[in-house]
Design a binder for this molecule. Structure first.
Ligand SMILES: [Zn+2]
Length: 290
């Protein structure tokens, strides 16, 4: 590895371009779980629609870290480490976390995302971005902690939820949270419904970033023969249900998955940001101080 630095008991490695290409081109839980829409959209080509196409394209996006960007990122990590220690957080990190630099064209031009135990950045990260992505690494490493963190915002663990065939091809998969395994109860009229947040494409892929196709909707989920499955009746719009915002809080509009809401709460907690819904932040802090 080009450069290694110790961080909160973990070893952070900056991947060379060759190492980055190797990681980005290797199949994992995320690439294996992508839908037909994902493959076309993330290759930005409707005719390149296999996992192999995706992995080849992703590997080609690898970039080299510059020495000055490595030094700036080390400064960011130092500041985060001070804040985490001051707050008394006991973060359980994997032994190694690898930082990859990429054009991020393989993820629609996102600023950053994670797979396995590596974080992919488009540019040297800010403190906010580093913390957000760090949460995903912590969450992937500690599934029971993740479930407890999601409970703070009203989500309960259900086991992996399947998409019916008619929804499957338009599913958009988030590398930070490739699966839907938690539901939340909301009120619709005078009924309580168990729903999952789903990211779906508005149409089959033709061109451009997947972000312009992205719809965030709530599908009702139910157990069929012991398997949690989405019900493919029309989804609910988030602003049409009651009880959702009360549970997740009013701190962020990045609500595409409980994992992303929690990553934002984690970031706000460490940065001690002013927030609208303090309770969820305080509960997450208490959980991470244990
Ligand atoms: Zn994220």
């Amino acid at each position: 590895m080009e450069s290694t630095v110790s961080f909160l008991g973990s070893s952070i490695e900056f991947a060379s371009k060759t190492e980055a290409a190797q990681l980005l081109g290797t199949s994992d839980a995320f690439s294996e779980s992508m839908s037909a829409f994902d493959f076309s959209a993330k290759n930005e080509n409707p005719f390149k629609n296999t996992e192999k196409d995706y992995l080849l394209f992703a590997a080609e996006q690898a970039k080299e870290w510059s020495t000055s960007d490595i030094n700036d990122t080390k400064e960011v990590m130092k500041k985060i480490e001070e804040k985490v220690l001051k707050l008394g957080l006991k973060l359980k990190l994997p032994n190694t976390i690898t930082l990859v630099l990429s054009t991020c064209a393989e993820e629609g031009g996102a600023e950053g995302y994670t797979r396995e135990n590596y974080i992919v950045f488009k540019n040297k990260p800010s403190e906010h971005l580093f913390l957000h992505e760090l949460w995903h690494i912590i969450s992937r490493e500690n599934q029971s902690l993740r479930d407890a963190a999601y409970e703070i915002i009203g989500f309960k663990k259900t086991g992996r939820i399947q998409f019916p065939a008619e929804l499957e091809s338009l599913r958009i998969t988030n590398p930070d949270a490739p699966f839907i395994e938690h539901t939340i109860d909301v009120e619709i009229g005078d009924e309580t419904k168990e729903v999952a947040i789903c990211t779906m494409a508005s149409a089959p892929y033709s061109e451009g970033s997947f972000f312009k196709y992205l719809m965030i909707v709530l599908y009702e989920a139910t157990s069929i023969d012991g398997q949690m499955t989405l019900i493919s009746s029309p989804p609910y719009a988030i602003d049409k249900v009651q009880g959702f915002r009360e549970k997740i809080g009013n701190n962020t509009n990045y609500i595409i998955h409980p994992e992303e809401i929690t990553a934002e709460h984690f970031t706000m907690m460490v940065m001690e940001s002013d927030v609208k819904s303090q309770q969820q932040i305080d509960e997450l802090k208490a959980l991470l101080q244990k």
